[in-house]
Design a protein around this ligand. Structure first.
Ligand code: AMP
Length: 410
């Protein structure tokens, strides 16, 4: 997946034009409806500011949460619109509906540089069905489409992909940045290139492992996923997470790593416990001596050293998925130490996936990471080499044309 032939926000001319911009304002709210983390709104500011400063008439659209039964106050975009207005220092109008009379009237009345926000696009079930009639209605309010929602770029929904059938479509600055950084790391990495894959399920990450085996110098497999591989190698893994139906596949991947001369690293030792509990009694055992009544919940000190050395020698590191159950303090050490190793390395470091991004934030290393992806699922699919519908739907750069407002002359 490449952005090379796709049009970007800086390729077109916006003044006086009505622009519908898909953003990812799916922010976490507390029980009183207050935003607890506004980083997704902050991430979209460069695009929104650029559109407003270039005199577009800006219509923002996003989802928030998972409303299933039409409009519901608790899923309203109101808190996001209010926070956006504060961050921008300019007014943001909120429509009472998505494609209804209020949205249409407000969109039609927008003046150059004004910003409005539609209500939660998932108030219509047609959004996730990528219903063409709904996409067309959304499109009818504007003349151009800007997609800047990387977090939903792997979904083919009406406001992320379908709408591009009806309008010239370009990506915003956030998507551009995500793809540039991750694209360069994958296509032309500075080596040694190390990938760290952790988390719970092998089945979620098989195709990422396969695709990374063609690219990396070292592949670190850890977290709950590692036990399927340790078992495939003939170790007993006790009560650890293990996908028995994936043992053959794990062996194939291990053989592929050998054939490709990829240095595949698995945990040498593990912090284990008899129960999956925050205060479970824990001890450290080598990977070939996990007791039958125990489960591995974190990597041990020898493993931390092995992985940290690999990270230290790397020039590019990608990390997706924690090496331990970091939500429990007792089993958070491995994740903490891996985050620290990334923070201290001179490498280009890219963290994707909600859990690893949360861990990096939690341990205070976020400002020492080159890039923390805003999209967990989307970044994983990107690493797999899959097409992201929210990107592939964008307008191709017309060949041989160097005018500055191509999307306008379509
Ligand atoms: P994923 O969504 O696949 O990236 O998985 C993230 C989850 O994996 C986190 O909630 C971790 O608690 C969990 N995890 C990491 N290591 C282990 C382990 N050894 N056993 C069980 N769960 C784990």
């Amino acid at each position: 997946m490449s952005m090379k032939n796709k049009m970007a926000i800086s390729d077109i001319y916006f003044a006086g034009r009505r622009v519908i911009a898909r953003v990812d304002f799916n922010v976490p709210l507390d029980k009183d409806g207050n935003i607890t983390d506004d980083s997704r709104i902050v991430g979209a500011l460069p695009t929104i500011r650029y559109l407003a400063e270039n005199d577009a008439k800006v219509i923002l659209v996003s989802h928030l949460g998972r409303p299933k039964n039409g409009p519901e106050a608790k899923f309203s975009m109101k808190p996001a619109a209010v926070r956006l207005a504060q961050l921008l220092g300019r007014p943001v109008l909120l429509a009472a509906d998505v494609i209804g009379p209020d949205a249409k009237a407000k969109a039609a009345a927008l003046k150059n540089g004004e910003i409005m926000m539609l209500e939660n696009v998932r108030f219509h079930k047609e959004e996730e069905m990528n219903d063409p009639a709904f996409a067309k209605e959304l499109a009818s309010m504007a003349e151009l489409f800007v997609n800047d929602a990387f977090g939903t770029a792997h979904r083919a929904h009406a406001s992320t992909a379908g709408i591009a059938d009806y309008l010239p479509a370009v990506c915003g600055f956030l998507i551009q940045k995500e793809l540039e950084i991750m694209g360069k790391a994958l296509d032309n990495p500075e080596r040694p290139f190390v990938a760290i894959l952790g988390g719970a399920k092998v089945s979620d990450k098989i195709s990422v492992i396969e695709s990374l085996l063609d690219k990396v110098d070292t592949l670190i497999i850890c977290g709950g996923m590692a036990y399927t591989f340790l078992k495939a190698q003939g170790n007993g893994v006790g009560k650890s997470l293990c996908e028995l139906d994936k043992l053959d596949l794990a062996n194939e991947l291990l053989a592929k790593a050998v054939a490709k001369k990829v240095n595949l690293l698995l945990p040498l030792d593990n912090v284990v416990a008899k129960e999956f509990k925050a205060d479970a009694e824990s001890f450290t055992v080598p990977s070939d001596a996990i007791p039958d009544d125990c489960m591995g919940l974190d990597i041990g000190p020898k493993t931390i050293e092995l992985f940290s050395e690999a990270i230290k020698g790397a020039k590019t590191v990608i990390w997706n998925g924690p090496p331990g159950v970091f939500e429990f303090e007792r089993f958070a050490n491995g994740t903490h130490k891996i985050a620290e190793a990334l923070a201290n390395s001179g490498a280009i470091t890219i963290v994707g996936g909600g859990d690893s991004a949360a861990a990096v934030e939690q341990f205070g290393f976020a400002d020492k990471i080159t890039h923390i992806s805003t999209g967990g699922g989307a970044s994983l699919e990107f690493l797999e080499g899959k097409e992201l519908p929210g990107i592939s739907c964008l307008t191709d750069m017309p060949s041989g044309c160097d005018c500055s407002n191509c999307a306008g002359c379509h």
